[in-house]
Design a protein around this ligand. Structure first.
Ligand code: FES
Ligand code: FES
Length: 173
């Protein structure tokens, strides 16, 4: 059993006695209490467990925790600043992109990895970036809308609030 050290949401952390086969998702949830990272399929198929490791979105149910040694790991818990939602979180709210919400942290982390690397993605690039994330509720349109909205807000082109009724089922202007 190993001691794991990595940077989690900007803070140095150390976890003792990590079994070699422990997936990162289990370490985050069971050892560190970060239950915002969801486990759906547990087989790399649904994307609910997506986190960011060194800038790349990974499915943490399959990602061995030991591979995070020395890495920068970002989870959904690291996005909010005090009472202020991250722009992606707020955009998901405003575009009605979440229903049951189980898939939402995974989508948001996939989207964050995309926007961190490509702040002005095309709609097609957004669709590609969330290809590994499944949602049983929303039909995906609102999710893509939300990511587009977040990109625009990050570019300071659109900082106004979105009425909730404007988002559902249509592409935001
Ligand atoms: S729980 Fe990891 S991909 Fe489904
Ligand atoms: S909002 Fe329910 S699975 Fe996506």
């Amino acid at each position: 059993m190993a001691t794991l050290r990595f940077i989690l949401n900007g803070k140095d952390i150390q976890v003792e006695n990590v079994e070699p086969a422990t997936p990162l998702a289990r370490l985050l949830r069971d050892r560190l209490g970060l239950i915002g990272t969801k486990i759906g399929c547990g087989e790399g198929e649904c994307g609910a467990c997506t986190v960011i490791v060194d800038g790349k979105a990974v499915v943490s149910c399959l990602y061995p925790a030991w591979k995070a040694q020395g890495a920068r790991v970002e989870t959904i818990e690291g996005l909010k600043q005090g009472d202020q939602l991250h722009v992606l979180q707020q955009s998901f709210v405003d575009a009605n992109a979440s229903q049951c919400g189980y898939c939402t942290p995974g989508f948001i982390m996939s989207a964050k990895a995309l926007l961190d690397a490509h702040p002005r993605p095309s709609r097609q690039e957004i669709v590609e970036a969330i290809r590994g994330n499944l949602c049983r509720c929303t039909g995906y349109y609102q999710i893509v809308d939300a990511i587009e909205l977040a990109a625009r807000r990050l570019a300071d082109e659109d900082n106004g609030p979105r009425p909730a009724e404007e988002g559902r089922g249509r592409i935001l202007p």
